[in-house]
Structures are given as C-alpha cells and as structure tokens.
Ligand binder design. Sequence first.
Ligand code: PEP
Ligand code: MN
Length: 271
Amino acid sequence: MENLQYTRNWKQKDIVVAIGDTRVGRGDFLLAAGPCSVENSRQMAGISDILSGTPVKLLRGGAFKPRTSPYSFQGLGEEGLKLLRQTADALRIPLVTEVTDLKYLELVSRYADVLQIGSRNMAAYELLKEAGRQPKPVLLKRGMAATVKEFLYAAEYVAAGGNEQLILCERGIRSFDPEFRNVLDLNAVTLLKRITPFPVIVDPSHGSGRADAVLALSLAAAAAGADGVMIEVHPSPGTALSDGDQSLDPDRFRVWAKQLSALARFLGKRI
Ligand code: PEP
Ligand code: MN
C-alpha cells in the first residue's frame, strides 16, 4: 500500500501499546469486555462481579453513545464516566470509553485510560488529529464501510500527529445480508497484521450483532492473528438499553473467557 508512513518492516519492531500494567501487541493478547453502555450503578455492580478474577485486562463501556437513531438511549454522559471509572478502579484494570466529539475530548480524558474513536467517527479528521496531539492511547475502530486503506490512513492521522500508542479494531463491515448486523472481516485482520505495526484487535459483538456468534468469532479472530478481542457483556442482556442481542450473559461470558484465553495461550500469546 503506497504512501503509508507506518508499515511493518525488518527494521522496526511491532508497536506495543501500554495502558498501565496492561499491554497489547507483540505477543501480549488483550481481553477487553464491558457493557455497550453504562445504564446505572446496579448494572455496573453486576459487571464488576462478572469481570472480577477473569483475564479481562481492559474495561469497555459507553457514556456518550453514537446511536443510529436519535430516539435511542444516548448514554449517561459524565455520570456514566464516573460509574465506569469507579468500576475500573474497583477491578484494578484500565478503562476505554468513546469520545464522540471534539468538544468532549477533555472531559472524557479526565476519566478514561484509552480514548475510543468509533466507527461513525473513523473519518472525523479533526478528532483524529486532536487524538494525535494528546498523550492517552487511542483505540480506533474501522468505519463500517471503510476500506483497509482508508482505515490505515485514518490511523496515520493519529500516529503522524505524534501519538503512536494506537490500537486498531476491526468491528465488521456492512453487507447485503440482514441475518447479521455486520460481516466480521477477518480477511482484513490477516492483511493488517501483515502490513501495519499497530496492534489489531477484533470486536465480534458489533461484528455480528449476535451473542450466539461471539465465542466462535472470538476464537476465529485469535486464530487469524489478532492481538486481542473486545466484547460486550451484560448482567441481563434482555433488559439492556443498547445492544442486548449481542451482549454475552454471565454464563456465556465465563465460557468465552476460558476458551479464548486457552486458545491464545496455545497460540503462544501472553494473557
Ligand atoms: C462501541 O464499541 O461502543 C461502538 C459504538 O462500536 P462501533 O463504533 O464499532 O459501532
Ligand atoms: Mn454496542
């Protein structure tokens, strides 16, 4: 791919992203999990119970939600950031949460350890540039209709701006088939792992839209060479205010954590 500044080559080692004690890339495999959105303190206490003592090393969750419909739950805002921070601190793991707009960057930075830039904002170039100028690691999700090349250019807006602590996330692309919300593009994972030095993780929750597909796709992502997997989990998915259909319940979560960490270790990764 022409005109990329960040390419894998024999001179340069792959980039490791360090978030406190959590590392991702170059052999360190990341399990990240949490709710789609923060709803209330009872839900977050449930999340804490589910994640505690598991190999999950990064809490995810949305306080500012980029919803397709303006009539869907938009998130709790700063109240949600506070609940996320408390939960991450109680679990002693770092927190990733989304910045949906430049105007929230400073506020979200006060609570988050990693700034997520979502699919709908992958090509928000001013947001990418600003993320490149600030010191926190960035998790950049692929746009739902972005080519791999467009994704890599978006990544370079952040990296060339001065922030090389960047994790790329494949989260599924649009297709013609309504059976699944998106098609998880594991082709792209194999390509990205060949050409980019940044760690690549996979989100099979948004990538499929179905809780019953998440385990198989997580294992497939690890086998395809991903450096980690990020999923949505909920104490009672049936009552979730967003993305309940794709959120693992506590039983499914336990099987997921066990099988995915076992496979990653088998593949020679550190968990
Ligand atoms: C999310 O991870 O919370 C999210 C909204 O995902 P995406 O940007 O991939 O749709
Ligand atoms: Mn979601």
